[in-house]
Design a protein around this ligand. Sequence first.
Ligand SMILES: CC(C)(COP(=O)(O)OP(=O)(O)OC[C@H]1O[C@@H](n2cnc3c(N)ncnc32)[C@H](O)[C@@H]1OP(=O)(O)O)[C@@H](O)C(=O)NCCC(=O)NCCS
Length: 168
Amino acid sequence: MIELQPENPADWWAVEALYDLCFAPGREALSSYRLRDGIDPVRGLSMVARDSDGTIAGAIRFWPVRVDGRPVLLLGPVAVHPTHQGEGLGGLLIDEGLAAARASGWARVMLVGDAPYYGRFGFTRLSGVVMPPPTNPDRVLGRELEPDAWRDVRGAVTRWIEREEARD
Ligand SMILES: CC(C)(COP(=O)(O)OP(=O)(O)OC[C@H]1O[C@@H](n2cnc3c(N)ncnc32)[C@H](O)[C@@H]1OP(=O)(O)O)[C@@H](O)C(=O)NCCC(=O)NCCS
């Protein structure tokens, strides 16, 4: 029996451990992490899938970013423990996360990932939306939560809050 719950701060390291297990080493060197550094995931949308004994079997996080100054939700990472893959948990986390995002007023979502997997959730290639390099543009995908929410939204993906200048 698996239950989805909002991720709470006490879950942080268990979710990090799950991501370390599921992704190749060096995941934090990916350009998408530069958009996340120092910014909290969106509470309420980021969720864990908990086993009956409390173990985290899957997790999804969302971060706020901007494109052309407009608010955009960055989906990911999403991962499911190898012992639970193929049971529909990944799909459940994504569907529930997107429903919660829409309910809380987000208009558009993007991610960097495999088009064959995310296509089944309505994600398509976002042309003209540029992740920090190096990112394969074919893996930059988006989905509207409101009609036409991606229309005319183009340009570089930037941090939600600019970094403060380093001071001497
Ligand atoms: C990708 C992931 C989250 C999917 O979770 P899951 O619970 O196993 O997925 P579901 O049970 O909801 O769906 C399984 C289906 O997705 C397909 N699938 C999984 N990963 C895929 C991929 N990268 N590309 C295409 N299809 C994929 C499976 O083949 C299966 O297809 P089927 O329904 O036709 O049999 C999980 O496999 C995982 O954690 N992988 C490692 C981390 C990762 O790659 N995260 C995503 C970043 S792009």
